[in-house]
Ligand binder design. Structure first.
Ligand SMILES: Nc1nc2c(ncn2[C@@H]2O[C@H](COP(=O)(O)OP(=O)(O)O)[C@@H](O)[C@H]2O)c(=O)[nH]1
Ligand SMILES: [Mg+2]
Length: 372
């Protein structure tokens, strides 16, 4: 999961580490030179005061004393040098914008190559810059940790922007809660509906499925298999071609039988298909869903983010489910989609089986993106 992303971030971490090291060494050298000057100055002073005239007067004793002083001087010099050496590691480095220009460029490239949308990449870079500029860092401190901390807080900011607690929403909403799933073909809508059905059933809710994909041959049979496996009610029309009518009936069924949640499947559609987009608008008008969820696959990267944006423009969505994150090396869609649409990510699909659904939590995703 997100292996390419982690790999690309390494370059940034290394660039910052090198900068801190270089700058610290330069400053430690300055400190060393200063210490050496001071040491020389202190070495000269006692030889002149105590040695010199006094030693000349007192003969042998004076000579001995002078020798001792010289010895002390050498010792002092040595301890100044070792102190200067330890200064290299104790040296505090203050990073400025100039130091970070190259590493931050590296970071922006890494994010864009991981399919993070440009405005999102810029936001993350700006946050990391704010975190690191002006901060005092000891060279011996764990630089990887410092950089990771800055990245983590920048990513957290983006990921938690539109956070929405789906459990709390369902618990509080009037029943039946009507949830309609939309998106392009093959992204995992039907699978996600089955996963969400199981998720809700496990939390004590009664669920009704609506076979609203009346477009594709085999779609009704596919959701029927899930309904059987999960032992939940499926409402379907024999030869009906109107998804709005099917979903409407499922809602009526749920009301009559006091079921908690209706999960409605729909046909896959591209935002460019005007007829199918109009059909989706009709579904929304007729059913008035509590949640209109856009489903797309993380592996589509920027395309998924762009589709979410266009669907949201056509009919305001309430949130997204990103599927196939288990197969996604880049992580860009997971990072960008909420920021670009202004709507929360509700769940992540992490595999093909029913339990492979994770409620979206910024920290869970962060742990995987940063590999901790
Ligand atoms: N690896 C993986 N595959 C998934 C995930 N979600 C769905 N799929 C697979 O994607 C394919 C299309 O799923 P489907 O639900 O039929 O897509 P739909 O056309 O949008 O309804 C199926 O083979 C699913 O098993 C996921 O989170 N991870
Ligand atoms: Mg389907």
């Amino acid at each position: 999961m997100f292996n390419r992303f982690k790999e690309r971030l390494k370059g940034f971490k290394e660039a910052v580490s090198t900068k801190i090291q270089e700058k610290g060494e330069a400053e430690a050298k300055k400190a060393e030179a200063k210490a050496a000057d001071k040491s020389n100055a202190e070495e000269k002073r006692p030889t002149q005061d105590k040695g010199g005239a006094v030693a000349a007067k007192e003969g042998k004793a004076g000579e001995e004393e002078a020798g001792q002083v010289q010895n002390n001087g050498a010792k002092a010099k040595q301890s100044f040098t070792s102190r200067a050496k330890s200064l290299i590691f104790e040296q505090e480095v203050v990073l400025d914008e100039k130091d970070l220009a190259d590493p931050l460029w590296e970071l922006e490239m890494a994010l864009m190559e991981s399919d993070v949308a440009l405005p999102v990449a810029e936001t993350i870079v700006a946050t990391v810059r704010d975190e690191l500029v002006g901060r005092k860092k000891k060279i011996r401190a764990d630089i990887g940790e410092i950089v990771e901390e800055a990245l983590r807080s920048a990513l957290f900011k983006v990921l938690s922007e539109n956070y929405f607690d789906v459990d709390e929403f369902i618990a509080r909403a009037d029943k039946p809660v009507k949830i309609v799933f939309v998106g392009v073909n093959g992204t995992g809508k039907t699978t996600s509906i089955a996963k969400v059905a199981r998720y809700l059933r496990d939390r004590g809710y009664s669920v009704v499925l609506a076979a609203g994909d009346t477009f594709r041959a085999g779609a009704v049979e596919q959701i029927e298999v899930h309904a059987k496996n999960l032992e939940v009610k499926l409402v379907k029309h024999k030869d009906g071609k109107d998804p709005a009518a099917v979903i409407f009936d499922a809602v009526e069924y749920a009301k009559a039988h006091h079921r908690d949640v209706v999960l409605a499947d729909t046909a896959g559609r591209l935002h460019t298909n005007i007829n199918l987009m109009d059909q989706m608008k009709k579904i929304v008008r007729v059913v008035d869903p509590d949640l209109l969820i856009f489903v797309d696959e993380a592996i589509a990267g920027n395309d998924a983010v762009e589709r979410a944006r266009l669907f949201n423009e056509a009919v305001p969505i309430d949130g997204t489910i990103l599927t196939k994150t288990d197969a996604d090396a880049k992580g860009g869609a997971a990072i960008s989609i909420s920021h670009i649409t202004g709507k929360p990510v509700l769940f992540l699909g992490v595999g093909q089986d029913y339990p492979d659904l994770v409620k979206f939590e910024p920290d869970w995703l962060l742990d995987r993106l940063l590999g901790s």
